[in-house]
Design a protein around this ligand. Structure first.
Ligand code: URA
Length: 213
């Protein structure tokens, strides 16, 4: 069966699941968006205001910044798949709780199984902790590692959350540099030991010229 059909079925299952938390305060389920056949899956935190209104992940400011960085590396949203660890908006955009993350976990896991990406980019600490628990994002961001996902190898690239990058110039630089590594990581996705360096000065100059939000 094709991946889109399986994802549509999964979405329908989630929409019917009355046990899922956060549903009451939310407008709608924000399932995921993009190309189900992509080798690249991004996982964020949870829907914010605009995502809740539109039913699509990363359509607010953080999403616009993400789109700019995708363009920089020659990709568009239609080339990737993107979702979150929780799929209803937490009230006032608060952090999702462990209980909430656990409740959505089986659906996110099924989404990963269906898409079967080679590379998973985690955006922020909640999705990072799913694959790489017990670490600080400040120590591991941009350092890809191979994780075992139900007997299959996946490359996980932990990155800062784009909203954090929008709040701090230093994080923006780190996030942008980490993003620049993605094409090489994708190219070498079959190798388990990849070291990719980017030129900090060059990226800094380019960021200034980009007039990022
Ligand atoms: N932040 C997230 O983590 N996910 C979204 O979908 C939007 C903003």
């Amino acid at each position: 069966m094709d991946k889109q059909k399986l994802l549509d079925e999964l979405k329908a299952k989630m929409e019917k699941d009355d046990t899922l938390p956060l549903r009451e305060g939310a407008t709608q389920l924000v399932f995921g968006d993009g190309n189900p056949d992509s080798e690249l899956l991004f996982i964020g935190e949870g829907p914010g205001y605009w995502e809740d209104v539109k039913g699509i992940p990363f359509v607010g400011n953080a999403g616009a910044f993400l789109n700019q960085l995708l363009t920089r590396i020659g990709l568009q949203r239609k080339d990737i798949f993107i979702t979150n660890v929780v799929h209803f908006r937490p009230p006032e955009n608060r952090d999702p709780t462990d209980f909430e993350i656990k409740a959505f976990q089986r659906y996110l896991d099924e989404m990963i199984d269906i898409i079967d990406p080679k590379v998973i980019v985690t955006l922020g600490r909640f999705s990072m902790a799913k694959f790489i628990p017990g670490v600080f994002i400040s120590s591991v961001h941009g350092k890809e590692r191979v994780v075992d996902w139900k007997g299959k190898s996946k490359i996980v690239v932990p990155m800062y959350h784009p909203a954090a990058a929008l709040r701090s110039g230093e994080v923006k630089l780190k996030f942008t540099m980490d993003f620049e590594k993605l094409p090489a990581i994708l190219e070498k996705a079959d190798s388990s030991n990849i070291e990719v360096e980017t030129d900090k000065t060059k990226v800094k100059d380019e960021i200034e010229q980009m007039h990022l939000i």
